[in-house]
Design a protein around this ligand. Sequence first.
Ligand code: ASN
Ligand code: ZN
Ligand code: CA
Length: 337
Amino acid sequence: ELHQNITGTGNGVTVGQVSIETAQSGSGYSLTDAAHGGTVVYDSYNSPQSNPRQNARPFSKATNSWGNGTNSSRESAAVDASYGLAKTWDYYKNTFNRSGIRNDGRGAPAYVHVDNSLLNAFYDDNCFCMYFGDGSSQNGNTPVTALDVAGHEMSHGVTAATANLTYSGESGGLNEATSDIFGSMVEFYANNSSDPGDYYIGEKLNMTGGYMRRMDNPSADGRSLSCWNSNAGSVDVHLSSGIGNHFFYLAAEGTGAKTIGGRSHNGTTCNNDTFAGIGKDKAAAVWYRALSAYMTSTTNYAGARTATLQAAADLYGTNSQERYLISKAWAAVSVGT
Ligand code: ASN
Ligand code: ZN
Ligand code: CA
């Protein structure tokens, strides 16, 4: 059977009208993206979270126009996933010359409509694949397929293939922060008018309170840590990630309030310092080099500080302003003081 790569049109839940890469075979089309490692989007058909691929089938249909932009269209969540994973691929390729999760050119399959009323998404390193739930009554049944979520989940694969930060304690917080950092960078990179870049995570998911996490002010959710303390290794990794997220925000944007992507960002610190940011692209380059060259499975926050200072020295020089501001940003989240 002959497969031909062909651009289709999509109307996603959160990304709006977009182009997506598809394949034509015979008289039909499928969500197979050869331009991004052959990424295939599957409908899990509500297989249980314990076995998400049980009833899965690839999306296929007679025309090459997918979704209508509503939660109830099964294809709309698939459009979000196809677009989000393609943008994540392009971000890593064009920014760091990384070809997919393992830098081997192979795409990671995605499964949407996993389980019932699942307000979550997961990366699974056993299949190098990702699972996305449909959301629940708590978020207006909005599928959990937004750009920052797709970028977050695929970045768990990149972390597993590089530093392999253990998913508990402080290293687990760093693992989660890495996914929030690059999930947000993917959102900026995509420059999608329906979902502009910001340092909020899950702001397009109709969550009570408006978001899942904030990098600029993590503790605004009443749970996440904005500042390191000696208990950081004992809380859930999605809460200790706040320290790394807050570091990244301050390193990128500096202190003081800003509006970014139409949302309020709050640059307060743990030490009342004021300083400029180095910009998000340089901050991401520092984090990526630290992740891929210096961090290991047991790296904690003190080790992440050392790793990023070394990365900044490599990229910008030992006496650079960039390295100096990285040290200021860590001090501002109570690491290394
Ligand atoms: N959404 C979560 C994450 O990607 C799922 C989990 O906690 N395993 O981290
Ligand atoms: Zn995660
Ligand atoms: Ca976001």
